[in-house]
Write a protein that binds this ligand. Sequence first.
Ligand code: FAD
Length: 450
Amino acid sequence: MILNQPKHVHYDVIILGSGPAGITTALELSKQSSLKIAVIESGFLQRYPTIQTLANVQLHGDFPDDYFPMHTQRCFGGTSTIWGGFCAVLEERAFTAQEWPIPYEELNQWYPAAARILELPDKAFRQPKVAIEGTSELVYKPFYVSPPVRFNKKYHSFFQHHPRVDLILGTTGFRLITRGRTVTALELRDSLVPELSPAVVSADNFVLACGGVGNPRLLQLSDIVEQMPVGLGLMEHPHLYAVADMYLDRDRLPVGAEEDPHVINALQLSDSYCVEHGVLSFSADFNLQQMTPTVLMGKRREMLHTPVTIRAEIAPDFRNSVRESDQRNYLGIPMPRIDFNYRYHDLARESWHLFGKALLRSGLGRPSILPPEFKLHDGGHLMGTTRMGLSVDDSVVDSNCRVHTTDNLYVAGSSVFPAGGASNPTYTIVAMALRLGAHLASTSRGNTHG
Ligand SMILES: Cc1cc2nc3c(=O)[nH]c(=O)nc-3n(C[C@H](O)[C@H](O)[C@H](O)COP(=O)(O)OP(=O)(O)OC[C@H]3O[C@@H](n4cnc5c(N)ncnc54)[C@H](O)[C@@H]3O)c2cc1C
């Protein structure tokens, strides 16, 4: 049912946030036939300019002023209402390097179901990367394009008709109330009428699915921080659009590289190369449009001449953070302060240099040089602020996405990524939300009290 306030005082599971992470968790949980579930969302079916201002932050660093109003949408469906739909599986590098505390296979088994939700072709999980003959240093990596799925449109009818899943709109989660290790309730504010007294709703389990800024802020506002790095290590994907060129031997590219409008073609440093050389994931997009004569390996021949867009990984840096600012929003909630600097220029040069050498060694092609000045662009991918790990000293959630210091509070979304790879995050967000939903469905009792 779609409501403006909770129907029950107690749910089995409350999910805060109705973007891809929250909706997918609810879909998977709803398969457990006895659970009463609430998805609580700040916004409504349509955008309200006032409510959208809840996405505003105090900014320090590299992000442009319009980054947050543009990049986090406060409405049903969250940021999927404006996303671009580019999808690729997360690189295995960070799992091999043990930055993620779960085996890669744990995540990989959820990609087929995630691909169905995002309406991606089977190739999106069957051919996540393709070896290139004659080199182990580079792989061909296709990025597939979702229609893009707008979660608000696709799942409106699911919420409208489901007897046990309530979607509660226009209601903002303010803070969680705890007793020892147990979260007992969630305090709510009406998103349009702040003067109304706060409501409280309880649950056996809670899931935060409020995005890369909202998730750590809820923990901070609820004093669930202890010594954990809540809000620290914010990551984005630096994008360098058409920043260089490369010439490629068309005949040496794998058959997967096709002129399909639903595929973005890219070459990447292979996971094994990255792990061996201690390099982060690095991806160079190319297109298949322009053939031109040039010299490669001493021979004049027809080559593919393509502009290159780089999409890359940055390491988590605890100086990049989400904290509390000295300003409040119209609901009286302290606004987030974001400190963020890419610090990527030198690494971009070094990675392009390594990539170029690998390209030349492979005989597949040759790169141009990077210009002396180039601009870094953002992806709208906010990751790492409630990172997954084994200990409270360097992480916030455990391998099941449960906040270390609680027994019943979980986090969904890219804020749990301890490393963000060079792939757009939503495919992995959806896969991880399916995994979390299945975990909660298997552990929740489903004996709601009223
Ligand atoms: C312009 C743009 C293009 C993008 N393109 C791509 C792409 O091509 N590929 C890709 O993989 N990713 C892309 N992304 C990123 C993608 O949109 C996000 O990864 C994805 O939406 C994150 O899902 P989420 O559910 O974690 O968060 P969100 O989609 O941000 O949803 C969070 C929800 O929580 C709600 N909320 C927040 N705080 C509260 C609170 N306190 N109480 C109640 N509700 C709350 C919000 O209103 C929102 O509905 C793009 C992003 C942008 C901005």
